[in-house]
Design a protein. Structure first.
Length: 119
């Protein structure tokens, strides 16, 4: 499992480096690679992803670069996060929206996420 995870991380980093222009800094490249790895394992809001990358000691600018360039659909992330909550909790529509907004999703993204899950 550890070898597989290491292979996945290295592969993502190689693919990321090859698709990023040379004008980017090493911090930006690494933040982008880390952003993609995080998004492969858990849904994040834009703000939540930046917060996680800053927690990993990337600068706020590099973290924002990673979130801006990771190519994710934030509405889809909200839907995945809502699905995760509903797997473990029985929540009203409004409470689920509140949870998603607390996680950093915009109101519109939160509404999209709950609607995509049948609310």
């Amino acid at each position: 499992m550890k070898k597989t995870l290491t292979f996945i991380v290295v592969t993502i980093m190689v693919l990321t480096f090859s698709s990023v222009s040379y004008a980017t800094t090493m911090g930006q490249k690494n933040a982008l690679a880390s952003a993609k790895v995080y998004l492969n394992y858990s849904p994040f809001s834009y703000q939540g992803l930046i917060k996680q990358l800053v927690h990993e000691k990337y600068s706020r600018e590099d973290a924002a670069y990673g979130a801006d360039n990771c190519g994710t659909n934030w509405n889809e992330q909200a839907a995945k996060k809502a699905e995760t909550y509903l797997r473990f909790l029985s929540l009203s529509r409004d409470r689920l929206i509140d949870h998603l907004k607390f996680d950093g999703f915009t109101h519109e993204q939160a509404v999209y996420g709950v609607t995509a899950n049948g609310y």
